[in-house]
Design a binder for this molecule. Structure first.
Ligand code: F0G
Length: 361
């Protein structure tokens, strides 16, 4: 467990990043160079609105407040640290945007080069900007994420480059920290854990994290895992690969998830499910959480759409503690937010005009 106070002063201390905070649970040694941007330690936000709406106690694990704006930092600190330990000079990944942003940032911190392969025209502008600004070599393909990942796997087999997609086990190791934080923050395991599913690494990681805390008797119950894919990119729900995945939630626009089997296992072992929500449901959920103070990205909103779907189906019991993971920050892709809003009015630079416009007079 993380220590919340400094052993020296007894005061609250600066969050050290997930490897140091959970060092005894991480596959690192004294000599592993820890490459960190102090990721993790993200807020668990109680949602009064969603609690009232569902009759449950709903908490939002806002992983959009990680250093690069998504949960990917949890896995990337581990993957890049281990790559550095192994002497790698270059890393590579396929991405719908967030993995490439995190890989670029952590590789830059480590003094390594990063190559990222992304589906052309299908990643949010903010994510592309991140990869570029951190100096990654960005390559676009006329193809989708699944094809990009196939290329990266091949390159990692044949070239001197480390693959940092979640097929790299260190990524999953790092991402387990999300589950431990939820428990450390709540003081218990949630009854229900809701999250988006794309390549399925994160649900795999959360389930492992919860199970490890359970095995160590830190928690005495396990949550029911509820994963949500986008309806146009829902291979696990359909039980078959989707060759041309389509959804507005580009982060989870994936037709052949690498961790497919583990996601199914998480759902089955926990008595949960992997289901789909439609783009209109995702969009409505995106607006709803934003109107209640949290700007999460479109794919993240699948967990809120999922929560509402669970309520609708009668799958929630009154008073249950529910955690919804919001995996990325809405600022990654402001176009969605703007496209849905009226253009701000322009007034003369006078207080009176502002007062009138604001309806204060
Ligand atoms: N939410 C966001 C914001 C994501 O970026 C992703 C995945 C997911 C959810 C799904 O997580 O893949 O572990 O099931 N993004 C990857 C990427 C694929 O390339 O950034 P998952």
């Amino acid at each position: 467990m993380s220590s919340l106070t400094s052993p020296v002063t007894g005061q609250a201390h600066m969050w050290r990043g997930i490897i140091e905070e959970y060092r005894d649970r991480m596959p690192v040694s004294e000599t592993t160079p820890i490459v960190t941007l102090r990721e993790g330690g993200t807020p668990l936000i109680h949602s009064e609105y969603l609690s009232e709406l569902t009759g449950c106690e709903v908490h939002l694990k806002f992983d959009g407040s990680n250093p690069t704006g998504s949960f990917k930092d949890r896995g990337m600190t581990m993957a890049i640290s281990k790559a550095k330990e192994a002497g790698a000079e270059a890393v590579i990944c396929a991405s719908t945007g967030n993995t490439s942003a995190a890989a670029a940032a952590y590789a830059a911190k480590a003094g390594m080069t990063a190559g990222v392969i992304v589906p052309k025209g299908k990643i949010a502008l903010g994510k592309l900007a991140q990869a570029l600004v951190h100096g990654a070599k960005v390559i676009q393909i006329d193809g989708n994420f699944d094809q990009a990942l196939t290329i990266c796997r091949e390159l990692a087999d044949t070239e001197p480059v480390e693959l940092v997609n979640s097929v790299n086990p260190y990524r999953i190791d790092g991402q387990r920290s999300g589950a431990w934080e939820v428990v450390d923050q709540l003081g218990r395991a949630p009854d229900v854990h809701v999250m988006p599913v794309g390549n399925a690494g994160n649900i795999t990681a959360y389930w492992r994290g919860y199970r490890e805390y359970h095995a160590d008797k830190i928690i005495d119950q396990l949550p029911v895992m509820r994963g949500y894919q986008a309806a146009g990119a829902a291979p696990i729900v359909l039980g078959a690969k989707v060759d041309k995945p389509e959804t507005i939630a580009t982060a989870i626009r994936i037709g052949n998830p690498a961790s497919w089997q583990w996601a199914v296992e998480a759902a089955e072992e926990s008595g949960g499910s992997i289901r789909a929500v439609t783009d209109p449901q995702i969009m409505a959920a995106f607006r709803l959480v934003a109107r209640h103070g949290v700007f999460a990205e479109m794919a993240s909103s699948a967990s809120i759409a999922g929560l509402l779907e669970l309520k609708e189906r009668g799958d929630l019991e009154p008073g249950q503690t529910v955690v919804c993971v919001l995996t990325g920050h809405g600022l990654k892709d402001p176009e969605w937010a703007i496209s849905d809003s009226d253009e701000p009015v322009t007034i003369p630079p006078e207080a009176e005009a502002a007062a009138i416009e604001l309806g204060l007079r």
